[in-house]
Design a binder for this molecule. Structure first.
Ligand SMILES: *Cc1c(COP(=O)(O)O)cnc(C)c1O
Length: 403
């Protein structure tokens, strides 16, 4: 069903997005509503960002309460909630220290600077090389696009940033050959998101961690999409044995839709970052921290993670059944937890539009995938409804191919 065009003309916006012809006015849990009151089932959650669904009462309460007290003071003062949230994140992870940002890209930027500075401060100024993997996505800053190496995202932006290399995702031998005395860091997503929900096998992550350790190379995990409960553990690398990184980037679900990111590190990895080495005007301001604290409180509850694992079992069973009924549409079901990819035979963009016709919202992805990224709090009934709407989407795609 076509939605009327939004009343505000879009032609003054920089044309960097291929937007769906759809606008929403409000949301609640796993539902989004247009201005005319039409409901859509949200299986993309702002790209794994509204992990707790829309208008979660605890997050709304945190934002309102803080909004009436204090918005912003600058990092030249102590911000007690920042200290609290950092303490909370460190208690839940390998990390000792946290730097707060406003986005995922900025968390990646901090991680990359931190890695080089670590070696520099130890007298190894030549250790500048950062190794990333194909299919990765780390955001849109200069450093982030080179860390991911996606040619489409670096093209036309001038001479390449020195010191970045891209290897094949999951190719341990290539990494073994490439890693050496000039390598500063290896950066990867334990489960690639934008690349099309590609999970690195757990044993590979363990081996990669071992290899970086042997060479004195820092491991940066980008858990911006895979982290904070998305895979059924608080962080995706926790599924693998002994795979804790030196530095980890977090964002998206951390603010549940409020812009906030974080770069977490061991005190060793962060040891080069003294006073003046980095900073941010907004990063970690009181509004963001109030929401972040409330979100982390909910995301770390054992019941939240148990629910994700149950939901993930339900999705993986139903999607396997769907794939065997529609092998002409779905080539492969992949991913981990609720970071689910369907590799398609027809075009993913056509499939996303057909799903929208069924009032189901899903995300695109590389490798001709669509991603299902439901809010972690989606009910089992809503999950079954999502599957039914996907089934109707597959039927429609099949009918169209036959016509
Ligand atoms: C979304 C994402 C980013 C970039 O985050 P922004 O908030 O858009 O800057 C980086 N890495 C991964 C894995 C992501 O999914």
């Amino acid at each position: 069903m076509a939605e009327p065009a939004p009343p505000v003309p879009a032609d003054h916006l920089l044309g960097v997005y291929n937007r769906a012809p759809l606008a929403f006015e409000r949301g609640e849990g796993a539902r989004l509503y247009t201005a005319s009151g039409e409901a859509y089932l949200d299986c993309l959650a702002g790209i794994a960002t509204t992990g707790l669904g829309h208008a979660h009462p605890k997050l709304v309460e945190a934002l309102k309460t803080q909004g009436e007290k204090l918005w912003h003071v600058s990092n030249i003062f102590r911000i007690p909630d920042q200290e609290r949230l950092a303490g909370r994140l460190c208690a839940e992870t390998f990390a000792d220290v946290v730097f707060f940002t406003n986005s995922g890209t900025e968390a990646v930027e901090c991680a990359l600077k931190m890695a080089r500075k670590y070696h520099w401060a130890r007298g190894e100024a030549d250790r500048i090389e950062v190794i990333g993997f194909d299919g990765a996505f780390h955001g849109r800053s200069y450093a982030a696009v080179y860390a991911a190496g996606n040619p489409a995202y670096v093209e036309g932006f001038g001479p390449p940033l020195p010191g970045y290399r891209t290897l094949k995702f999951g190719d341990h031998e290539a990494l073994k050959a490439a890693i050496g005395p000039t390598t500063a860091a290896v950066i990867l997503e334990p489960v690639q998101g934008e690349g099309g929900a590609r999970a690195l096998p757990e044993s590979c992550l363990t081996a990669l961690r071992q290899l970086t350790r042997e060479h004195g190379v820092l491991l940066i995990l980008d858990e911006i999409q895979s982290g904070l409960g998305r895979t059924g553990r608080l962080f995706a690398h926790e599924w693998a044995h002994d795979a804790a990184p030196d530095i980890m980037c977090v964002a998206k679900a951390l603010g549940g839709g409020f812009p906030v990111g974080a770069c977490l590190a061991t005190s060793e990895a962060a040891s080069g970052m003294g006073v003046g080495a980095h900073g941010s005007t907004y990063g970690g301001n009181p509004l963001a921290m109030a929401v972040g604290l409330a979100a982390v409180e909910e995301l770390t509850r054992p019941e939240t993670l148990e629910h994700v694992r149950r939901l993930s079992g339900l999705f993986s069973q139903s999607l396997a059944a769907l794939q065997s009924r529609f092998p002409d549409i779905i080539e492969e079901v992949r991913g981990k937890g609720l970071l689910i990819g369907l590799k398609l035979i027809p075009s993913n963009r056509a499939f996303m539009a057909a799903a929208r016709d069924q009032h189901l919202l899903i995300a695109g992805g590389g490798d001709n995938c669509v991603r299902l990224l439901p809010p972690l709090i989606m009910s089992e009934d809503e999950a079954r409804e999502a599957i039914a709407r996907l089934e109707a989407t597959c039927e429609a795609m099949r009918a169209e191919a036959a016509a």
